[in-house]
Design a protein around this ligand. Structure first.
Ligand code: UDX
Length: 450
């Protein structure tokens, strides 16, 4: 490196290359590679550092250079059912190989301006510091969920995680409009492990040269004052990235395009699209409730059943036979869909989602009202905000229960409620388009540094 790395990025004379380092999960890989494409379209040279586990396909990005971390996380090491364990491994056992690989990369590329790494790769911050490379953190989820995570230690000290003092439906006074049941579910399995990971992630964002969120101001306005009070790092809301580049090329599973021809045969706004993302896992009982809720609603549906979604099943064997007969008439089931294309299809009138952040942004941009479930991490907070604050969908409060599911589907697909949400989404999208027209993608950064 010829320049002083402690200089602001914009002052580097040869600052052309950006190294991006995604967390190897679908919901994190997509926004990181989209950001890489955006930066490339603005004349930056792009290098991607990656692990063998869930590796991206370099042939889809001939304009980037890819650098596999030898001895990094492999498919054999990964326990696919435990994302928390994987995050832990990436931040412990994988650090030495990461340092070796990044060090080599920097020694052969003296045009590197900075590294952008996923906020969950918190241990790599020390690596970047040791190697003297400025580090920017990408948080792939919402500001509201980030703030909720930041408050977890306070909530633990107040006893919110023991069932003794609070009931599930009680409000969390420190984090309105969340309820006790929302934050108790954030902790996943092991509260102490979760808190340790969250506090490392927060520390990493506070000490970075910059923090980027894949979200947008018009949506997150109610939380921004709080965010800027807690985080002094220069922070930029640059999303939704998928408006510039689709997530299709970073899909880790093959997208079954047959569902698009099926959608072509359906009436406008008539189909409910159902997908629970790349990590969610359900038991047999929940799947049965999903099936009966869909069946009883009498609405056409496109259902994604990812292999691994139902614990202990290969694919559809736990679905009741009567339900499978129904799907022949008004349903379509695939293992993985071209989601962005599905959401933009005129036949799709609603999205029953797990409230993963990419899915939420994709739904908002296509003007599709949501029915919200949630399984882990940020999804609880996202779904509460969609229902209570943004009013862009309906949260299923009882988990998976066929009557509640049927009623929510009817409200979204047939009633005034769904129509009102559609109109609201049109206004939100107009605002978003207007601010991106005025500011451009780099507007927020330019305002801060230039
Ligand atoms: C995870 C967490 O669940 C989520 O809460 C967090 O914000 C990011 O990491 P994931 O479960 O993968 O994400 O959900 P989501 O964030 O919605 O990302 C899924 C991506 O896969 C989306 O970009 C979506 O378009 C794509 N997808 C999903 C498909 O291409 N096909 C499908 O059938 C389903």
């Amino acid at each position: 490196m010829e320049d002083n790395p402690s200089k602001p990025i914009s002052q580097h004379t040869k600052a052309q290359r950006v190294i991006l380092f995604p967390l190897p999960f679908q919901g994190h890989m997509n926004p990181m590679l989209q950001l890489a494409n955006i930066l490339h379209s603005r004349s930056f040279t792009i290098s991607i550092l990656y692990h063998q586990y869930n590796s991206p396909d370099p042939s889809k990005y001939p304009h980037f250079s890819f650098h596999l971390i030898p001895g990094g996380l492999s498919e054999d090491q990964a326990d696919k059912d435990d994302p928390l364990h994987l995050v832990r491994l990436l931040n412990t056992d994988c650090i030495r190989p990461t340092r070796d690989c990044l060090g080599k990369l920097l020694s052969t590329h003296d045009d590197t301006a900075c590294i952008i790494m996923d906020a969950m790769m918190y241990s790599s911050q020390a690596v970047a510091e040791d190697l003297g490379i400025p580090r920017i953190t990408l948080r792939t989820s919402s500001v509201c969920s980030f703030l909720a995570m930041a408050t977890l230690p306070v909530l633990r000290d107040k006893g919110y995680f023991s069932m003794i003092d609070y009931r599930r439906e009680d409000p969390v006074l420190e984090l309105p409009p969340l309820k006790v049941k929302d934050i108790q579910a954030i902790r996943i399995e092991n509260l102490n492990d979760t808190l340790k990971i969250v506090s490392n992630m927060l520390e990493g964002t506070k000490t970075a040269s910059g923090l980027i969120f894949n979200t947008f101001q018009d949506l997150e306005e109610p939380n921004l004052a709080n965010l800027y009070e807690q985080i002094r790092t220069p922070t930029f809301l640059l999303g939704p990235f998928h408006r510039f580049f689709s997530a299709a090329s970073s899909s880790l599973l093959a997208q079954d395009r047959s569902c698009i021809s099926w959608l072509d045969t359906q009436k406008p706004n008539s189909v409910l699209y159902v997908s629970f993302g790349s990590l969610a896992a359900m038991d047999e009982n929940n799947v049965r409730e999903v099936a009966w809720g869909l069946s009883n609603s009498m609405q056409p549906f496109l259902l994604v059943v990812r292999p691994g979604l139902v614990q202990g099943s290969e694919w559809l064997e736990f679905l009741p036979n009567e339900f499978l007969e129904v799907t022949g008439k008004r349903g379509c089931i695939v293992k993985w869909a071209p989601q962005q294309e599905v959401l933009s299809h005129p036949a799709v009138g609603g999205f029953w989602t797990h409230s993963g952040w990419n899915s939420v942004l994709e739904s908002i941009c296509e003007g599709v009202p949501m029915i919200c479930s949630s399984f882990l991490g940020d999804q609880m907070v996202n779904s509460r905000y969609i229902n209570d604050v943004w009013r862009l969908g309906i949260k299923l409060e009882c988990g998976f229960e066929r009557d509640e599911i049927e009623s929510a589907i009817r409200k979204i697909m047939l009633d005034r409620e769904g129509q009102d949400i559609r109109e609201k989404l049109v206004c939100l999208k107009k605002k978003m388009d207007l601010s991106s027209k005025t500011d451009g993608f780099f507007g927020p950064i330019a305002k801060r540094f230039i």
